[in-house]
Design a protein around this ligand. Sequence first.
Ligand code: SAM
Ligand code: SF4
Length: 488
Amino acid sequence: MTVKEFLDTTIRQDEILKFMKNEQDFINDDEIAHLLKENKNPEPKKIRDIIQKSLSIERLEPHETACLLNVKDPSLWEEIFEGAAEVKKRVYDNRIVTFAPLYLSNFCVNSCLYCGFRKENTEEKRKRLSLEEVKNETQALIKIGHKRLIVVYGEHPVSDIDYIVDTISTIYSVTVDKGQIRRVNVNAPPMSVEKLKLLKQAGIGTYQVFQETYHHQTYKKVHPRGIKADYKWRLYALHRAMEAGIDDVAIGALFGLYDWKFEVMGLVYHTIDLEKHFNGIGPHTISFPRLEPAKNTPFIQQTEYKVSDEDFKKLIAVLRLSVPYTGLILTAREPAHLRREVISLGITQTDASTKIGIGAYSKNLEQQIPAEQQFLLGDTRSLDEVIGEFAEMGYITSFCTAGYRCGRTGERIMELLRKGKERWFCKLNAVLTFREWLDDYASPKTKEKGEKIIQKEIEEIKQKLPNIFPKFLKFYKRIQNGERDLYF
Ligand code: SAM
Ligand code: SF4
């Protein structure tokens, strides 16, 4: 297909209009601005009530999120941070899931001002991995111990659905000793229902599309041309995915394009609209990347909406309280010191040993290569180092990928999360998969730290789940004896 044909045929207006009311999308910029203005200086009592509501694992309404965003008093912010940490503990406990992004192609027909892959960036070296190269990348990732990937593609006919499906099945086909990738999540451009059905058949985990900015005017400004210039095609990408049967979807905003408070409100409205259309099933995760520098991308230095570390902490806590049962993803865009600080506020997933150059894992280079990357990373530490640090902080790293393989997705997972039950399935699987990882991949130093946390977890399972404990222990011992991939 030529680029022109691709540009002309990708967007299907009928697939957008069907979800809209009176041709209006669900982001009303004036309403958001009004809510943020109307809920200035909220009473401390009101804030405490909102925190309590969230602690009962109930989603907040937009006006309640607006109140939290408007808090000024530092001591009240401390209460919000504590509330967020408590919600995280109640729903997800001390688990953290790790994954690695895998960039497969950086050809792109779009012109996003903030992205190193935009078509006008002549300093970017273009590359699409061959299936042989995909195998090599996958092998390198398996050798580190990764079980979960998120594959990333630019928007271009050379990396359309056929290429996406082929690369995913190649990844699933690779094994190295006892290791393999068990879950492939996807960050790919918005597609039609027809293509999304093929994506579903490829056996993906989560399908992720970030709206970047929910503010209509800013969206237009930063996406001047190409398919991505259509705000609504993107806004309803995950509605279409749900319609196509992918019931595990993920939203996100790129912080730094517009006012961070507005974007948090946009994420909440997006959650609400998905829940409204799909029987209470909202996004499985929310991402909140901040703009990072990219080669030959001056827009990033010019934006007036850069989010400070202090505000970044606040936005994570407010999201945690607003959508208590949804996973929150923090990426290696952020520097190590900040990652340490914000993890407790409600982060459930993060990446490690990340390389975002196309083909960079198998090259195993120490440095980043600006001309081959979409942007520059803040944290390039190894998975082993990050897991060791988590263990010291009291977190167990989970490599669990059981959820989608035994039907705990969509409606079922939402119910379990809201009732605080998923936490227990996950704890069992976290311990089993962490045992595998410690035995197969950990350095002696990380293993020592990991053993301490794993013993603590086993003791807790024994106390809290006496009925399941015997079966759990059998699985645990089988894993110690070399079996792999046993899960609840
Ligand atoms: N091309 C597809 C799209 O735009 O949906 C998918 C992949 S795109 C490479 C993945 C995400 O990277 C984008 O949705 C955007 O949020 C993020 N991104 C782009 N430029 C960035 C930058 N300079 N700093 C941080 N994140 C960036
Ligand atoms: Fe292309 Fe995605 Fe980058 Fe935009 S963000 S230029 S669509 S790769």
